[in-house]
Design a binder for this molecule. Sequence first.
Ligand code: NAD
Length: 375
Amino acid sequence: MSIKVAVPKETAEGERRVAIESSVIAKLVKLGAEVLVETGAGSAAHIPDSAFSGATIVPTANDLYQQADIVLKVQPPSDAEIAQLKEGSVLIGMLQPYQNPERIAALKAKNITAYAMELIPRISRAQAMDVLSSQAAIAGYKAAIMGADLAPRFFPMLTTAAGTIRPSKVIIIGVGVAGLQAIATARRLGAVVEAYDVRSATKEQVQSLGAKFIELGITAEGAGGYARELTAEEKQQQQEALAKHIATADVLITTAAVPGRPSPKIIPESTVDGMKSGAVIIDLAAEGGGNCTLTQPGKTIVHNGVTIHAPLNVPSQVPVHASEMYAKNLLNFLTPMLKGGEYAPDFSDEVIAGALLTHEGKIMNDTIRQLVEGA
Ligand code: NAD
């Protein structure tokens, strides 16, 4: 009997993505799997059941979970979904283990083999499975569009019979995957773009996209290509130096993050007070609390004429392509585990071992085990 890979409709509030896409179904079937999709799973992403050809459409989540050997999800499962998972089945998704330790304990208790896509090591071989990158690129693109939408002026320079319009200035803080895509999108819309990051390697990337790199003389390279947290003195220096640049921005997009830490507070109220009336801040770091001290995650506020927009789950606002890219990341992760139609993972593979959260009634990731069990 072939292995059953099942995709439920996401139930988290506001989640519009789905963990499958038609070309992925065809490839899974070719690998010997049978694909089950809950009816309406793609509806919030404008993907009708009829687009899932090659899959069996299942009428209810309960039916689906009862048959599933491997469940593909976007968001972590709710308590009700964990209750429906078959004992000993496999779950793959963005499981957010740090935010949901009690759910990890429940997955362990149910003997689920759970893989968290966001824990896949960021090595070259795993780039095609990297959900942090695929979803951050979408968020960066959308942030630039949101900035253009909320700004009371044009992005491009326009020469018209009614006069010449100067282009907007967009400043981007944090030039990881999201920041780079925000630069590219703001440039395509015709804005003049400046960007800053504490990792000096980003200077060349910023310039290659036609933007100017803001030099502050503060660098903070951390382990594994990430940034480290700045010292209190460096933070002060950074805020003061950045404030002068930010005062000239029409749109400020902030994406700065340090793994495992709350978002660094880079934009204090005094910096916002120095901004032009009508300026816009898009705080993409809102999920981790925000890069601006005035940010209210999930809300849009106006402070002294400056709009501070702090959207959550931005990739879900581009659900067609976010689902497509996410489903392809899942396929690339799953492919080496499906051999001759059988689920046969090689747990010695660093990519599989890196993503493995729970297996055979144990929490396999040391950091998460300490968080959940204190040992
Ligand atoms: P991220 O989301 O962790 O952080 C976003 C950016 O914020 C980073 O560029 C970081 O340097 C910056 N930042 C942190 N603190 C800051 C501060 N105080 N001021 C200004 N900027 C600050 O980053 P990410 O997009 O996940 O990328 C992180 C790294 O991972 C990069 O080196 C990227 O090239 C690398 N990466 C590797 C792979 C791979 O090989 N598979 C894939 C994607 C990204």
